[in-house]
Design a protein around this ligand. Structure first.
Ligand SMILES: Nc1ncnc2c1ncn2[C@@H]1O[C@H](COP(=O)(O)OP(=O)(O)OP(=O)(O)O)[C@@H](O)[C@H]1O
Ligand SMILES: [Mg+2]
Length: 313
């Protein structure tokens, strides 16, 4: 089984508008779609579509928290969340003909030190039946930047493989606990390493440095160009065929899900990379975030090309 962790969960509300949005007016929403949100929930949906058993955990609270759990369960995802006193936030994405997407992200209720400690104490039980744990997204207010570092240490102590997909301080601190895999995009790795990567070689050098700091698999996602994997076996780049992307929101989450499934199935590094790029590209071709068409993915898998950028280190 795969467990996905979302500490800063939200009810994601998509407002579909027929007219262009105009500030300072009253607007009617044509169609609403509510989903269990936060990047870890996207990972959970794609993991399930890949055919693996999945459970979602993290922190939720109040009526919105209960609603989030019911939405996730409707999507076939079992839930084992910690509960906080504050209400789970909502994030609103307004989709209109003129601007496409305009997002309003609520800050979320702060999590107290006691609530975090109670949750972390329960983590060994929550992950007991999982081989792989994924940790995604930002940290909620009130939680120290070392929360993921502590979570990763707990997972490793229990013998689990851990993927961390975050940014900024949470990522920087988390790396110190030596997760099995990280998946920054190009902006995130540049911020992490404090460099401006001009070429693929610059990106490889950043990834190599992070690998040297104890991250066994450093994956850098490169949008439409595919992804790079730096690991003990060498450095590899997988590229998808040229496609017209329909919706790239959450493609990184689809990639994390596919890697979690690949780790669970013990695929080789190059097989895992090709599988992840095909899955993420299929998700770029699906209008709905956290979804992909399995037949499209199979077609793409046969067209993904792989090159060895560096031999074994
Ligand atoms: N335009 C595109 N065409 C084809 N594949 C894409 C495109 N955009 C993203 N992908 C696929 O999705 C993967 C992840 O995309 P990206 O690098 O944008 O991640 P990200 O910035 O972390 O995304 P997220 O918004 O989920 O955090 C890429 O490595 C690639 O396989
Ligand atoms: Mg991302």
């Amino acid at each position: 089984m795969i467990t996905t962790v979302t500490l800063n969960a939200s009810i994601d509300k998509a407002y579909h508008m027929v007219e262009d949005i105009k500030g300072g007016t009253v607007m009617r929403v044509a169609k609403i779609h509510n989903s269990a949100g936060g990047k870890g929930l996207n990972v959970a949906r794609v993991t399930r579509l890949c055919g693996s058993k999945v459970q979602a955990t993290g922190l939720v609270g109040g009526f919105n928290g209960g609603y989030l759990e019911s939405l996730a369960e409707k999507d076939g995802i079992s839930c084992d969340f910690g509960h906080i006193a504050g209400e789970t936030r909502s994030c609103i994405n307004i989709l209109d003909p003129r601007f496409g997407s305009t997002e309003f992200l609520e800050p979320g209720s702060p999590v107290s030190a006691d609530e975090l400690e109670t949750y972390l104490a329960d983590v060994p039980r929550i992950i007991a039946n999982s081989e792989v744990v994924t940790i995604s997204g930002s940290l909620p207010a009130g939680v120290g930047a070392d929360a993921y570092q502590r979570l990763i240490a707990l997972c490793k102590k229990e013998g689990k493989l851990v993927i961390l997909d975050s940014s900024g301080e949470a990522l920087r601190c988390g790396i110190e606990a030596g997760p099995t895999m990280i998946k920054p995009n190009k902006d995130e790795i540049e911020a992490l390493c404090g460099v401006r990567a001009q070429s693929l070689q610059d990106v490889v050098a950043c990834a190599r440095e992070l690998h040297g700091r104890g991250v066994a698999n450093v994956v850098i996602s490169l949008g439409g160009e595919g992804a790079l994997l730096v690991c003990d076996e060498g450095s590899f780049k997988a590229a998808p065929p040229k496609v017209e992307a329909v919706n790239v929101v959450g493609c990184g989450d689809s990639m994390v899900a596919a890697f979690a499934v690949a780790l669970e199935r013990r695929l080789s590094p190059t097989e895992a990379l090709m599988y992840a790029v095909a899955t993420a590209t299929a998700s770029a071709l699906s209008p709905n975030t956290g979804e992909f068409d399995a037949t499209v993915r199979e077609g793409l898998l046969s067209e993904v090309t792989i090159e060895t950028v560096e031999e074994r280190s």
